[in-house]
Design a binder for this molecule. Structure first.
Ligand SMILES: Nc1ncnc2c1ncn2[C@@H]1O[C@H](COP(=O)(O)OP(=O)(O)OP(=O)(O)O)[C@@H](O)[C@H]1O
Ligand SMILES: [Mg+2]
Length: 290
């Protein structure tokens, strides 16, 4: 790959915050992931407070959820390792936040109660008054403060998802994974969810959101960096049913950090670029763009 300087003309790469090292996984003798490796760096754009937003983009059934569960420490790889934080310690469950596709909420607690439960695990929140104030502020910034007294069963799918993300933030997680946040949504709803994810990633400089998705349009619209997951035979590189990361696309300083990025010519060019190469996501001779 080219040097960091060439890749990031305006942004500064700092220390790694998430590293996957040769992650492989089989289920029942069938290999799903082979040698998945990548490093996510803390990125700073001088003069701005922005977290980062990354996507892992891959075809349905490729093994995205399997990878996400391993990256979060919810599942053990057969080989390889995952390191998190600036201290690059092996991941353990609970170290990073996860919003699964159908996020489990505490159905017997109201929305505010769900927030307070998540807040109780955050050592930075001093007392219950602190927790409640933060919880209400977050519900407000996610546009669901008027739902605070409702039980999860009374919330819409989008409201549940926002509540699940707000919970991860109040729990104090800097790194949050979202599994398929756009699945089953129409275009307008996707836009809203995408904008909310961008806003969430911009809350603090430390925040890192990693979205796992098969939606090229939203991945390109919201991400700073995309990792493409493709299917390849581990020994020959030929098409197969074993997934690994086949390319990394940097959108920083091209599309991301700009308003209305989906109206930029560069946005459509990038969609075309990936779509042209999309057969390669299924393993047809995709080469690393470097
Ligand atoms: N616990 C498990 N036991 C056995 N096989 C599993 C298990 N979890 C996943 N698989 C298999 O691994 C493969 C990848 O599944 P995974 O859910 O990770 O894919 P995905 O890319 O997230 O799919 P989708 O696009 O449908 O969300 C599938 O063939 C699935 O059947
Ligand atoms: Mg999945």
């Amino acid at each position: 790959m080219s040097s960091d300087k060439a890749l990031f003309p305006y942004s500064i790469l700092k220390s790694p915050i998430l590293t996957a090292k040769g992650v492989s996984k089989s289920y029942d003798g069938r290999q799903i992931l082979n040698d998945v490796k990548f490093t996510i760096h803390d990125v700073v754009r001088p003069g701005q407070r922005e977290g980062q937003l990354l996507s892992i983009l891959g075809p349905s059934g490729a093994g995205k959820t399997t990878l996400l569960r391993i990256l979060c420490g919810l599942e053990k790889p057969d080989s390889g390792s995952v390191l998190v934080g600036t201290d690059q310690q092996p991941v353990v469950a609970g170290r990073v936040g996860v919003v699964a596709q159908h996020s489990p909420l505490l159905e017997h607690r109201r929305a505010l109660g769900n927030m307070l439960f998540a807040a109780s695990g955050n050592p930075e929140l001093q007392d219950s008054a602190d927790e409640e104030e933060q919880a209400m502020q977050l519900l407000k910034s996610f546009g669901i403060e008027d739902q605070a007294d409702k039980f999860p069963a009374k919330l819409s799918g989008g409201q549940r998802q926002r509540l699940a993300i707000a919970q991860q933030i109040i729990a104090g997680n800097d790194v949050i994974f979202l599994d398929e946040p756009f699945k089953g949504l129409d275009l307008v709803a996707k836009r809203k969810v995408g904008d909310m994810i961008i806003e969430t990633s911009n809350r603090t400089e430390k925040t890192t959101i990693i979205v796992v998705t098969h939606d090229i349009y939203e991945a390109v619209r919201i991400s700073d960096m995309i990792w493409l997951m493709g299917l390849q035979d581990p020994s020959t590189g030929d098409p197969a049913h074993v997934a690994s990361i086949v390319a990394q696309i940097n959108l920083m300083d091209i599309i991301s950090w700009r308003d209305d990025r989906h109206r930029l010519p560069a946005y459509l060019d990038m969609i075309e670029h990936i779509a042209d190469r999309f057969p390669a996501l299924a393993g047809l001779g995709f080469k690393d763009p470097e």
